[in-house]
Each structure stands twice: as structure tokens, then as C-alpha cells.
Design a protein around this ligand. Structure first.
Ligand SMILES: N[C@@H](CCC(=O)N[C@@H](CS)C(=O)NCC(=O)O)C(=O)O
Length: 326
């Protein structure tokens, strides 16, 4: 069976990972802990010992995320991810090369210090990087998406460039005070709808890294990072912990108030449901109709996050900081 060697929250790994899932190709995901030096085990198949590394089901191995995605398309005869018209194909190729040579440097330079406590490959200052990222947003909106002419870089449907560029916004979402232009949020919402494995893969990975594994805190314990993520987040982390403990107390109150016959029934019910859902990065249901439950059955209330509702929120940040009505 095919195998993708990947690591926790590598923006380079997300593209091939999403492609394999979307194309329903059976594969084994082999997690490589770079901080523990596990990449050494790749030496026999990849002299650069980097992730992503991909071995297809004939045993052919490749690396470099874009090359892997192109190989997967050829090997498994997937045509939908490569625009068939020369113009779309050229645009996608330009975007793929730009993503590797320019965009990745800016994304890793801004997000990696926060996530891993190290500078990544960027040589620019943080202020410069923020400016450059804004220029990148513009290029994506104006040139790659043609100012609303096309929904995806690939054209009418997402292509390889979308698979590797859209997940980068997830990583960028940890950068404080970085506003996402409306057109980027719209693009992400479209991508989220068209690529169902996007959120389960990228949000889950980011959430697992930040919350369950304690983010860079664990990594620095292993001697690789410099400053624990929890220290870097400072007040924000304290506020999150405080909020969690308040929620716990409210939940206890609610359980009490929900006891049959209690006249304060459900005092905090809605508030807790929304906050808990926000903290878990899930989509709360507005509860506007009796059939509208957290199973997300068709609700018609504007602003509801249920699919099919007339307007909904998109959570670009995974931690709900960037929720915007769209
Ligand atoms: N241009 C490569 C970059 C691959 C890369 O830098 N991978 C990193 C993880 S994101 C890696 O494996 N680093 C190995 C190490 O840190 O030892 C790609 O697009 O696949």
C-alpha cells in the first residue's frame, strides 16, 4: 500500500495528504517526529530525510510536496486536480512554484516562531514578513483568483495549487493581528466546501499540536525549540485557561440547573454550548428550530453555522479568533 511520511503540522505535508484523501487512494500515514530525529529512518529512501516523502504502491518513492502531488496525479490517473486548459495549467504551475520559492518562506517565517519557537527559513523581520504576506494575499486575490473571476486557483474546481496554498492560511492563523482580507476568507470558505478533508485534517492537526500535545512546549522539552508555545502566547494562554475553568464551573451550574423541576433550568445552556463549541473548534448549531440540533440539520436562520443556512461563519483560525460572518 502507498505510504505518506508526514509530520504534525507541516504545511508542506498538507497538500499531498489532502490529495490522497480526496482521491480516496488507500495509504498509510507514517508520522515522523522531526524533533526526535525520526527523519533518519527515511535515509534509505530519501537522501534529504525530509517530509513529506511518498512511496506509491509500486514502491516508487518521491519527495518535494509539489512533485509528490504531480506524481500521485500521474500514478493514479487523477485529472481533476490539473487544469486541462493551457492557461489554467500555466497559472497553476506558476502558483505552485511561487508557493515553494516565495510564499512558504513568508508563512514559515511568521508562523514557525510561534508554533515551534524558532525562526524557520525567513531572514526578513517580522514587520517585513507581515507586509510581504499582505502582498502575497493580494497576488493570490488579484492574479491567481483573477479578482473574483474564478473560485479557485485551479479554475472552476480546486487544483494542486489550492491544495497546498489554502492550508497555509491555517498556519498563518496563529499569527497575532494578521487580518485576512475578505476575499481570502471567501476563498477559504469555498475551499472548505469543495475539499471535505480540509478541516478534519488541518484543523485537527493544528488543534492536536496546540492543545493536546501542548504545542512547542513539548518540543522544547525535547531540546529542539527555544521557547515553549505557552510562554509565547503569554496572556492569551492564561486567558484561555481561565476561560476553560470558568466554563467548567458554568457547566457544573448548568448540570445542576438542568435537573428536573429546577426553575432556573438551562440558565447558561446557550452560552456554554457556543463557548464549548468555539473552544473545540467545532460548529455550533443556532438551535433556531426544533429540528436544528447540533447534528446540523437544515436551519434557515441568517448567521447560523449549519450547512445550507443563508449565511454562516467561517472559522479561519481553528481557535475561533478569526470567525467572520460570510
Ligand atoms: N520543499 C520541500 C520542503 C520539505 C521540508 O522542508 N520539510 C521539513 C518539514 S516541513 C522537513 O522535513 N525538515 C527536516 C528536518 O527538519 O530535519 C517540500 O515542499 O516538500
Amino acid at each position: 500500500m502507498a505510504k505518506l511520511y508526514s509530520t504534525d503540522i507541516s504545511v508542506n505535508c498538507f497538500g499531498p495528504w489532502l490529495l490522497l484523501q480526496e482521491a480516496k487512494i488507500p495509504f498509510i500515514l507514517d508520522g515522523i517526529d522531526l524533533m526526535k530525529g525520526e527523519q533518519e529512518k527515511l535515509k534509505p529512501i530519501n537522501p534529504l530525510q525530509c517530509v513529506p516523502t511518498f512511496t506509491d504502491d509500486t514502491g516508487l518513492t518521491s519527495w518535494e510536496s509539489n512533485a509528490i502531488m504531480r506524481h500521485i496525479c500521474r500514478r493514479y490517473k487523477l485529472s481533476q486536480w490539473i487544469p486541462s486548459d493551457p492557461e489554467g495549467h500555466a497559472r497553476q504551475d506558476v502558483a505552485l512554484d511561487w508557493r515553494q520559492t516565495v510564499f512558504y518562506r513568508h508563512v514559515s517565517g511568521l508562523a514557525y516562531p510561534i508554533l515551534f519557537g524558532k525562526q524557520g527559513e525567513a531572514v526578513e523581520s517580522k514587520a517585513e514578513l507581515k507586509k510581504l504576506i499582505r502582498d502575497d494575499f493580494e497576488l493570490i486575490i488579484d492574479t491567481f483568483l483573477g479578482r473574483g473571476q474564478r473560485p479557485f486557483i485551479g479554475g472552476e474546481q480546486p487544483g494542486l495549487a489550492d491544495l497546498t496554498i489554502a492550508p497555509a492560511f491555517k498556519l498563518l492563523s496563529v499569527v497575532p493581528a494578521l487580518e485576512f482580507p475578505r476575499a481570502i476568507l471567501d476563498y477559504l470558505a469555498r475551499f472548505e466546501r469543495a475539499v471535505p478533508s480540509f478541516l478534519p485534517t488541518c484543523d485537527k492537526a493544528l488543534h492536536a499540536f496546540l492543545i493536546e500535545k501542548g504545542g512547542a512546549a513539548n518540543y522544547s522539552k525535547q531540546g529542539a525549540g527555544s521557547t515553549p508555545l505557552t510562554d509565547k502566547l503569554g496572556d492569551a494562554w492564561e486567558a484561555t485557561k481561565q476561560k476553560a475553568s470558568e466554563l467548567k464551573e458554568k457547566a457544573a451550574d448548568t448540570m445542576e440547573s438542568l435537573k428536573p423541576g429546577n426553575k432556573d433550568e438551562g440558565t447558561y445552556k446557550d452560552e456554554i454550548r457556543e463557548e464549548a463549541a468555539a473552544m473545540q473548534g467545532s460548529r455550533p448549531c443556532c438551535g433556531a428550530t426544533s429540528s436544528c440540533t447540533c447534528k446540523m440539520q437544515g436551519c434557515t436562520k441568517v448567521g447560523c453555522e449549519c450547512p445550507g443556512a443563508p449565511a454562516r461563519n467561517v472559522n479561519v483560525l481553528g481557535n475561533n479568533k478569526g470567525t467572520m460572518a460570510i
